[in-house]
Design a protein around this ligand. Structure first.
Ligand SMILES: [Zn+2]
Length: 373
């Protein structure tokens, strides 16, 4: 284990060190499709192991790092590990491959994208085909075809079903986009599946900071990277029952609403670069939320408020309503272009979200009063 001190600012225990950013790049570039998250989970767990006392993996692949495993009071920090993807659903005689969604993958952005088909013989490169502009505009009043799941196809170079199958591609093989991590000017990052592997990154960084700053917590901390969020919060549902936490802090992405064609009246006012977003909603525990708001204020961390209605649409719902009810809070990071291959976020929000989770953990104790009445 590396020897570190809290005072030296050599970068090791600073936020977003070079090693952290190398992990983020590698983690984002490792496909982790819904239901098939193990490659990404391996990368995540290897990074987290030095910062936790023990770890375990549940039957469907949710990975958990634990600090103070014997403590009776349990706090969870959680993100989801899965990325939206496609399934090979039908292969025609000409070797073209038709798909089914695996999570809320966006058909509108698919044409001309490069993908990897994860078959039995490893990943096979392919592209989403689409008719050329010259050929699809027959007469002036011909309507442009719109991409839909049932008219999109993959072309992997094979010209018969047999050739497709010879590559190890089969019905049920998962397909992920090829585009990965990159950096833009002014501290913006782009990549596929920042939803929600940025969350997995941030909870791992919280564990690292606790370890490197030699912080002792008066409770058991469960650092949870849950599978299968994108198809209905399923991994969180399973692991919440297993851990039975007393408190859960969930992190996920939320929409930056400052780009065109988003209605702030409906979607609220959240923007990249102005800090994590805190959600009000019935699943979010009011007292825990106000504790997090106090922590943000005392620590000088800017936050942006928003509301959710019947559900948060995140793993918060699974934790809140698990067992006999678990006080839960949602700390979201603003993101542009959700569910595309160029999801975009700002470095300062990553730092703000990590800091807010970290400082909240240092404030909580088993005696923290969260009673409503
Ligand atoms: Zn999502």
């Amino acid at each position: 284990m590396a020897k570190t001190t809290t005072k030296k600012k050599s970068g090791k225990n600073a936020l977003l060190s070079d090693q952290s950013m190398a992990f983020l790049r590698n983690y984002i570039n490792t496909p982790s499709p819904v239901g098939f998250e193990s490659s990404g989970q391996k990368v995540w767990l290897e990074y987290v192991k030095p910062y936790v006392d023990t770890h375990f993996v549940d039957p469907y692949g949710t990975a958990v790092g634990v600090i103070n495993p014997d403590a009776p009071f349990k706090v969870v920090i959680e993100a989801h590990a899965d990325e939206i993807s496609w399934f090979v659903n039908y292969i025609d005689d000409k070797g073209l491959i038709y798909l089914k969604r695996n999570g809320g993958v966006d058909h509108q952005i698919a044409p001309a994208k490069r993908v990897l088909i994860h078959g039995k013989k490893g990943a096979v490169k392919a592209v989403f085909g689409w008719p050329a502009i010259h050929t699809r505009l027959g007469s002036p009043d011909t309507k442009e075809p719109q991409p839909r799941v049932d008219n999109l196809w993959l072309d992997c170079g094979a010209r018969s079903r047999k050739e497709v199958e010879s590559l190890g591609i089969h019905i049920g093989a998962v397909v992920t986009y090829e585009e990965g991590y990159d950096e833009l000017a002014f501290d913006y990052l782009i990549g596929r599946a920042f939803d929600n592997r940025i969350g997995g990154f941030m909870i791992a960084e919280v564990a690292r900071l606790l370890k490197e700053n030699k912080k002792k917590l008066p409770f058991g901390l469960y650092v949870v990277n849950a599978v299968q969020e994108e198809i209905g919060l399923r991994g969180a549902e399973m692991i919440a029952r297993r851990i039975k936490p007393n408190i859960a802090i969930i992190t996920d992405v939320t929409h930056d609403t400052h780009t065109p064609m988003i209605n702030k009246v409906v979607e609220g006012d959240v923007v990249c670069g102005k800090g994590p977003s805190l959600a009000y909603g019935p699943a979010v525990h009011n007292k825990l939320l106000s504790l997090v708001q106090d922590v943000a204020e005392k620590s000088g961390i800017a936050v942006q408020n928003r509301t959710v209605s019947r559900s948060t649409g995140t793993d918060t719902d699974s934790f809140a309503y698990a067992n006999d009810g678990c006080p839960s809070v949602l700390i979201s990071i603003p993101l542009r272009y959700m569910h595309t291959t160029v999801e975009m976020l700002h470095k300062s929000d990553i730092e703000g979200t990590i800091k807010l989770m970290y400082e909240t953990l240092l404030t909580l104790t088993p005696k923290t009063n969260l009673s409503y009445l």
